[in-house]
Design a protein around this ligand. Structure first.
Ligand SMILES: C[S@@+](CC[C@H](N)C(=O)[O-])C[C@H]1O[C@@H](n2cnc3c(N)ncnc32)[C@H](O)[C@@H]1O
Length: 284
């Protein structure tokens, strides 16, 4: 059934209001504290080992990533994701893309090959410094520090695509749900949202440890045993929550794929499109 454009706008506005109440209900100060912790930890990770912290590969811990190899991994991912979107019948356009939690710009650079301009947001200033060093776009990527539980600085419907991978599991779950709602809000009707986030731990020893051990124990283990420069939260977001929040804000998941099959989490990548207006008054 088609809905009129006015219905569409009203539904998204209702969704934004519901999202704001959810943040309030969860406690604004708790959200702020969570975000402060995320910023502090990722600032340290970005300062000490930016590329390793983006793609944690024990083999790269001491020798580090080669810059070109790192950027090539982003191209492989983004090219495949855009093909997947097209196969699902989505044609988001090629104007403006948002890379949320852009880290060292691995995916922003890859997106710049497909979009006229890219905005890369990250909460970690040293990550953004690494991203600016690796910028191969000829000035078409704007890297910006972003430290907020929402995308308040961005108007509705300003992007053709929002891309977010390897980010939402690193923030407290209430924040992750708020960002999902915001992704749907800032994408124009007909545009797309691509999000990669684990939906649950696997039943491996490490997966079970992460599921059942309290976060203070895990963070201590990451620091003392694994020698991480700073702790790295890992909170899966269940598939039904991702689908539900996106759908509640007008973005419908067209297809889902599983990736990184050998890891301790079930990683899912969601390909969603935002309803285009239809019915009386819609643009032809
Ligand atoms: C594992 S890295 C992934 C980077 C990039 N998405 C990629 O795949 O190459 C996670 C990034 O998310 C950023 N991040 C975490 N929480 C964030 C938040 N609330 N807002 C913006 N960036 C955030 C971190 O600083 C870090 O650079």
């Amino acid at each position: 059934m088609h809905s009129a454009p006015g219905d569409h706008a009203a539904r998204r506005t209702d969704g934004a209001v519901r999202g704001a109440f959810a943040v309030l209900a969860g406690g604004r100060s708790r959200t702020r504290t969570g975000l402060d912790e995320v910023r502090r930890d990722w600032t340290r990770l970005g300062a000490e080992a930016p590329l390793w912290a983006v793609c944690v590969d024990p083999a790269k811990r001491d020798t580090g990533w080669d810059d070109e190899e790192f950027l090539a991994s982003g191209r492989r991912e983004v090219d495949a994701a855009l093909r997947r979107l097209a196969e699902a019948g989505a044609t988001p356009g090629s104007g403006r893309a948002l890379d949320f939690g852009c880290g060292a710009g691995r995916l922003s650079n890859a997106l710049a090959a497909h979009f006229d301009s890219v905005v890369g947001l990250d909460i970690s200033a040293p990550m953004l410094a690494a991203a600016r060093r690796l910028d191969r776009s000829g000035g078409r990527i704007e890297f910006r520090l972003h430290d907020s539980p929402d995308l308040g600085g961005f108007p509705d419907a300003g992007f053709d695509l929002v891309y977010c991978d390897l980010v939402l599991q690193h923030v407290p779950p209430a924040l992750a749900r708020g960002y999902l709602a915001e992704f749907a809000r800032v994408v124009r009707p007909g545009g797309a949202v691509v999000v990669g986030v684990p939906d649950r731990e696997r039943r491996t020893a490490k997966g079970l440890l992460f599921r059942y051990a309290p976060w203070p124990v895990i963070r201590l283990g990451q620091r003392l045993v694994l020698r991480y420069p700073a702790p790295m939260r890992m909170h899966p977001v269940p598939e039904r929550d991702v689908r539900g929040v996106l759908a509640g804000h007008g973005a419908h998941v067209r297809t889902v794929e599983e990736y990184w099959a050998g890891d301790h989490w079930r990683h899912l990548r969601y390909f969603a499109t935002v309803d285009a207006p239809s019915g009386p008054g819609a643009a032809p």
